[in-house]
Design a protein around this ligand. Structure first.
Ligand SMILES: *Cc1c(COP(=O)(O)O)cnc(C)c1O
Length: 379
């Protein structure tokens, strides 16, 4: 089945009791058993719920994976992956991570005796300098947030396989429409479903996909034991959102390109971070592993003044000033004070998250209105 057909139909069956074409919201915590242990596969909704189950199958299909697990947030999904580790284990990851992931690694799991190496993954060969027997996990985000670096997933996978460690890819920014890390050798694909998969800024959810039976068993055990599972209403909303993922992504990519080109030619704009530019340092890798380049763009202004960035962020009228991304509506964000406030200033400076950097999540509005809005805000 092709992507658009899977988005609508994969994992979704008409309701067996009524024939309802749309998956019902099974708003129940428990299921009646005919005799002890004699049930229809559903016992208690933390473990399994029919609405969530169809969503898990659907997301797995979009990632060409055998298994999917949905979590109550993206962080809940990432948390479960780190719980595969033991004290003394080491993780190699990027130095340009989603702020919340960086915070969880450094402020929560570092206290459990797990060591994290934050390195520049734009050149995957850097991994070899930090890898040892203690390395159990390589955690990759690509494109990165907010500077849109591209990490070569296939190259990371080759190193991970050589050293017998697990490769997990946070595929939130690309969405399964643009990139399928399992096909490039990833063992685990993680999503903040909150973003493009949900697509309407009305749900917080996360997901993991995997092919390996043992890895699935371990993660499903953590999922049920630790309990960061989403409710049926949210699962329904995401199933509904995914039905238009391919249509939304097409428009995000179209609008994204127009906005990136507009910014690049604007006299007040300095650097524009977007992997679709042929002069992006890893454009060739982006072309190889992504189907298109998406609607996430960051840019820095020539004046390098925080006040000027603030002025732009508060003068937009069609874009809204808010954290998050991937919804139908366009958003603008000031990473240094918003999404990346939990990353220390020194770390931020090192990866180019200056006080004048702005990040856009380009939505699916009419492109003329978006360009007009940016034009007036830049002044
Ligand atoms: C938002 C986000 C997360 C965290 O997901 P939540 O659903 O907010 O918990 C993780 N990684 C990336 C790249 C994100 O954008």
């Amino acid at each position: 089945m092709k992507f658009a057909t899977k988005a609508l139909h994969a994992g979704v069956e008409p309701d067996p009791t009524t024939g309802a074409i749309m998956t019902p919201i099974y708003q129940t915590s428990t299921f009646v058993q005919a005799s002890p242990g004699n049930h229809k596969g559903y016992a208690y909704a933390r473990g399994k719920n029919p609405t969530r189950n169809q969503l898990e199958k659907n997301i797995a299909a979009l990632e060409n994976a055998k298994y999917g697990l949905c979590f109550s947030s993206g962080m809940g999904a990432a948390d479960a992956v780190i719980k595969l580790l033991r004290p003394g284990d080491e993780v190699i990851t990027g130095d340009d991570l989603y702020g919340g992931t960086y915070r969880m690694f450094t402020k929560v799991f570092a206290h459990y005796g797990i060591k994290f190496h934050f390195i520049n993954l734009a050149d995957a060969n850097n991994i070899s300098k930090y890898i040892s027997e203690k390395t159990k996990l390589i955690w990759v985000e690509t494109p990165t947030n907010p500077t849109m670096q591209i990490v070569d997933i296939q190259a990371c996978s080759a190193i991970a396989k050589k050293h017998g460690c697990t490769l997990a890819v946070d595929n939130t920014f690309a969405s399964p429409y643009l990139q399928n890390p399992m096909e490039l050798g990833a063992d685990i694909v993680m999503h903040s479903v909150t973003k493009y998969l949900g697509g309407h800024s009305d749900v917080i959810m996360g997901a993991l996909c995997m092919n390996d039976d043992k890895l699935y068993e371990q993660l499903a055990f953590i999922h049920n034991s630790c309990g960061a599972t989403p409710g049926p209403m949210d699962s329904f909303l995401v199933l509904r959102g995914i039905k238009t993922l391919h249509l939304r992504m097409e428009r995000h990519c179209f609008n994204g390109r127009k906005v990136a080109e507009f910014l690049k030619s604007h006299p007040k704009v300095d650097k524009v971070y977007w992997p679709g530019f042929t002069d992006h340092p890893n454009h060739e890798i982006a072309k190889k592993q992504m189907r298109d380049f998406g609607g996430m763009i960051s840019f820095d202004i020539k004046s390098r003044k925080k006040e000027d960035a603030f002025k732009i962020a508060s003068s937009v009228k069609v874009f809204s000033l808010a954290e998050s991304l991937g919804g139908v509506e366009s958003l603008i964000n000031h990473p240094a004070t918003m999404t990346h406030a939990s990353v220390p200033a020194k770390e931020r400076a090192r990866v180019g998250v200056t006080d004048s950097l702005l990040r856009l999540s380009v939505g699916v509005e009419d492109i003329d209105d978006l360009l007009e809005d940016l034009k007036q805000a830049l002044g």
